[in-house]
Structure formats: C-alpha cells, structure tokens
Design a protein around this ligand. Sequence first.
Ligand SMILES: NC(=O)c1ccc[n+]([C@@H]2O[C@H](COP(=O)([O-])OP(=O)(O)OC[C@H]3O[C@@H](n4cnc5c(N)ncnc54)[C@H](OP(=O)(O)O)[C@@H]3O)[C@@H](O)[C@H]2O)c1
Length: 276
Amino acid sequence: MMKDELRQSKVLVIGCGRMGGAIIKGWCNGLVAPDNITIVDPTPFPDLVSGVKQVSGPEEITDDFFDVVMLAVKPQIFPKIMSLYAPFISEKTLILSIMAGVETQAIEAMTDSKQAVIRVMPNTPALVGAGVMVCFANAVATPQNEALCDTLFSPLGSVHWVHDESDMHAVTAISGSGPAYLFYFAECMVAAAKNTLKDEVLAAKLAKETLYGAALLMQQEAREPMALRQEVTSPNGTTQAALEVLMSDGVLDALANNALQAASKRSLELSALEPA
Ligand SMILES: NC(=O)c1ccc[n+]([C@@H]2O[C@H](COP(=O)([O-])OP(=O)(O)OC[C@H]3O[C@@H](n4cnc5c(N)ncnc54)[C@H](OP(=O)(O)O)[C@@H]3O)[C@@H](O)[C@H]2O)c1
C-alpha cells in the first residue's frame, strides 16, 4: 500500500491506553488522516489528536468496515470483546495486535474468513520514538501487509521480524520487559551514587545521565558493548576497579541469563492461559 493510500485507510483501534495512544500519535503525524481513525475506549483519551473519533463501544462505530484493526486492550479483556468487532472486519482487513501473549490462532478465531494477522511486541521507549517493535505475521499475511506494518510502526522506533511465533516469548523477555531491567540497574546505580557523593540530587542526575549517554553512544557508534567497555577501561584504573567487582565470579552474567529465562517461561505460561 502506497503512503497516499495509507492516508485514506480506515483504521480502528480497540483500546487506547498508554501504548495504543502513543501509536496513534505516531500515525497521526502524516501517515493516516486523523479523520479516518476511530478508537474504542471506555475512558476518554486525554490527548486526542483533532479529527480522531473516540467511541465507547462497537454500537457507536459509524463506519461499516476497516482496512486496519489494531487490538491494544489488555490481554485479559480480549476474550470478552473478540466477537463484538467481527462485523467490522472484512477479508481485506489487516489485524494488528500488540497484546502480549495472545497468539495469532486466538485472534484468527475473531472472524470466519482467513484473516491476515500480525502480532507486534512493542516496548515503552516507543513512547519517545525509541522503541523496539518485534513482529510476527501469520500465514495469511502478505508481503504488502508486512510492508504496511513496517510503515505504521517505524515512527515509534526500530521494527524487526521473527518467523516462528514461539520466538515471541524470548522477544518478550528481551525487548518487551527489557526496559525494566535497565530501570532496575539505574535504581541500584542511583542508590550507590547517593552513598558516594554528598550532594544526593547531583548524584542521582549523574547516574541517570550517564546511563542515557552510554546507551546513546552504543546506538550511534554501532559497536559491540564489549568493545566500548574495553575502550574505557585503562589497566589498573578506576573503571577496572569497579568492573572487577561487577564481573566477579560471573554473578551478573548468571543473573541476566536466569532473569531472561524466567521472563520467557512466564510469557509461555501466560499465553497458555489464553483461549485457543
Ligand atoms: N505498556 C507496555 O510496555 C506494553 C509492551 C508490550 C505490549 N503491551 C500490550 O499493549 C496492550 C495495552 O497495554 P497498555 O500498557 O497500553 O495498557 P492500558 O494503558 O491499560 O491500555 C488499555 C486500554 O484499553 C481500555 N479498555 C478496557 N476495556 C476496554 C474495552 N472493552 N474496549 C475498549 N477498550 C478497553 C482501557 O481502559 P480502562 O483504563 O478504562 O480500563 C485502557 O485505556 C496490552 O495488551 C499489553 O500487553 C504493552
């Protein structure tokens, strides 16, 4: 679908909270005409782009069908609403789902026809345009559907694809939950900084700004983290003294490994709770 066609596409977004709202803002920035977007959410969205229609349930929808339907409700809401939106979905509709753990098979069951479904796992840095989106397309989705998904999600950050749906569990553990791991490391570093420097406000700022700068450097230089670490570690210097503590006995490596395994296992357990 060309960008001109996309602007004219009718889009329905079911659930407009933190993530759905951020995605719509990205789309309204020249990709889709706001007048063509309808959102369904019982709570009025505080920062609605002018022209976007908000309704509180399917009975208030004025269009007959939509080119794109995005599911952005919490996974536990999905079974309660899935049958309500089937009348707005045609064979040509692309269903996008950002719901964690809900498999394409459960989403396909929304309609009788063979339906193109693409699951997208975003993460919260998408709120500032630095997200990581990982997508999985079902067998019905065409290369055009995939290209459309790339176009729709690239304003929110980088877009990647997996070709085996079971990989979405590992993806959830790495990029979906990943921002929280850095936030926890930041918490620890802020607490330690406050123990080291008398000015606690400055200590917290230095810790947070350093993590931000280091992440930016890693992104812009496109080099492996190990190379960047080695470059700033002079023999017998201060960085080496700290790293010897952080790297002792490979404790952090083991913790990172166990943490990702635990998240991936939990994602598998949660998806098993969804109706097939
Ligand atoms: N946030 C993340 O980091 C993240 C990352 C990856 C994937 N996801 C997925 O993204 C989805 C949305 O997450 P979120 O963080 O944006 O959650 P959220 O802020 O709670 O948004 C969900 C929205 O759906 C609304 N809603 C509830 N019942 C509804 C219904 N029957 N019809 C239409 N809308 C309804 C909620 O309204 P009320 O508040 O009034 O209930 C809320 O505004 C979830 O499935 C989650 O798994 C989120």
